[in-house]
Design a protein. Structure first.
Length: 97
């Protein structure tokens, strides 16, 4: 006699990235640090708040579009680019004049 298959209930929170108010945690913290740095550099609360709100909006939109965006960018930094137009030795067939 076969036993019926067991059901395993998993929480959806295990698969989602950590977010603060809909924005990924690392992006939220980085955005806060940049907004505070701009505020202290210019002594303007308006500029700091504008950068903070704009960065937060970008973070929320990016998290809705692709929750793993920051992890993908971090993993892609390991690999060397194949073509760098800023280098003088750009490779065969390409000559900077």
């Amino acid at each position: 006699m076969q036993e019926p298959p067991r059901k395993w209930v998993a929480s959806q929170a295990l698969n989602r990235p950590l977010t603060i108010a809909g924005c990924e945690r690392t992006w939220f913290i980085l955005n806060g640090i940049l907004a505070y740095a701009l505020y202290t550099a210019t002594y303007s609360l308006t500029f700091g708040a504008a950068l903070g709100l704009a960065g937060y909006a970008v973070g929320v939109a990016a998290c809705r579009e692709d929750p793993a965006m920051l992890r993908i960018i971090k993993a892609a930094q390991r690999y060397r680019p194949r073509y760098d137009p800023g280098k003088p030795d750009a490779g065969p067939g390409v000559r900077l004049v």
